[in-house]
Design a protein around this ligand. Structure first.
Ligand code: NAP
Ligand code: GLV
Length: 306
């Protein structure tokens, strides 16, 4: 069995070593243009040439949960794409969102500024009932985040494409229920995949529907957000702030207004990192299942785009 590794942004050697240890029967090499076709591929943001040269590969494993870098390529419709299914990411995402939420709710950002000035002053306690948290995307990561937020006794709402029942979460689904979901949300968390339907979904019209003093946590993809609309709603004080982990251009360019905006907290696409051991174990297990003709979870639906 041949496995081709084609990952921009990842140092190949430790991944090759991990995959070789987990699948000793496989020949695993870094892809170079013109290399013989492989049976399986492990990729992150591969070039179009990679796909074009091996259209009949049995499965392409993406080293992330979001597959938008793949779905924007021209793909043969039968090509099996497999996303990472948690693999240690959901608990990291829960940490990130709970941290951003609590930092805002408890006003720790104000205390941090006060400390710099040597100032000892209290903020009035806020009511968590007045901070309902709405999570867009109730998939692998969204549901884990919902569970973590509910542990801190915030009201939790969730929005997905298809109707869902999740313990402790008021669930909304589809475009028809989006306005009601937004109107009842104060802290909005985006955990949607980037698709043609969700691109630009955080815009002037949707964000204006959040409760006054709303807060936005975007941990999905930069292209979900219309950046100038966010700035406008922050500057008009409809929104109180935003924690942004993902951006239309990454790294966020020097001089971008987000870096210095007093109501925006920026992190460098680090909310939920791909963990090597967990990912290798999951991919190896799925390859062995496919070799035995068994079904696997996490296969991307080309039509839905996630
Ligand atoms: P997932 O399991 O595929 O869940 C996606 C959720 O979004 C599902 O609930 C789905 O609804 C919903 N959805 C999709 N299209 C929709 C639409 N048009 N309207 C309403 N809901 C829609 O994905 P995941 O594993 O939770 O990951 C979510 C995203 O997080 C990834 O795609 C990636 O972009 C991002 N991510 C970011 C980082 C980071 O470090 N910042 C790390 C990992 C992942 P249904 O349940 O009805 O299908
Ligand atoms: C990271 O952004 C991922 O999609 O896993």
């Amino acid at each position: 069995m041949k496995i081709s590794f084609c990952c921009t942004d990842f140092k190949a050697e430790p991944w090759l070593a991990g995959l070789r240890a987990a699948l000793p029967q496989a020949e695993i090499e870094v892809w170079t243009p013109g290399a013989p076709a492989a049976d399986y591929a492990v990729v992150w943001a591969p070039p179009q040439a990679f796909i074009d040269e091996q259209p009949n590969i049995k499965a392409v494993f993406n080293l992330g949960a979001g597959v938008d870098a793949l779905t924007q390529l021209k793909l043969p419709p039968q090509m099996k794409l497999v996303r990472l299914d948690d693999a240690g990411m959901s608990v990291q995402m829960a940490e990130y969102v709970v941290h951003a939420l609590i930092r805002h709710f408890r006003e720790f950002d104000h205390y941090e500024r006060d400390v710099v000035q040597g100032k000892w002053s209290y903020r009035r306690p806020r009511l968590r009932e007045e901070f309902p948290v709405g999570i867009m995307g109730l998939g692998v990561l969204g549901q884990r985040v919902a569970q973590a937020v509910a542990q801190f006794e915030f009201p939790v709402l969730g929005w997905s494409r298809s109707p869902k029942t999740v313990d402790g979460v008021r669930c909304f689904a589809g475009a028809a229920q989006l306005p009601e979901f937004l109107a009842e949300t104060k802290v909005l968390v985006c955990l949607l995949p980037l698709t043609t339907e969700t691109q630009g979904i955080l815009n002037r019209t949707t964000l204006a529907q959040l409760q006054p003093g709303g807060y936005v946590i975007n941990v999905a993809r930069g292209a979900h957000l219309v950046e100038e609309d966010l700035i406008e709603l922050l500057d008009s004080d409809h929104l109180a702030g935003a924690a942004l982990d993902v951006f239309r251009q990454e790294p966020l360019p020097a001089g971008h207004p987000f870096w210095r905006h007093p109501k925006i907290t920026v992190t460098p696409h680090t909310a939920a990192r791909t963990l090597r051991d967990e990912s290798v174990a999951q991919i190896a297990q799925k390859i062995m299942r496919l070799e035995r003709g068994e079904p696997i979870a996490g296969v991307v639906d080309h039509i839905r785009g996630y």
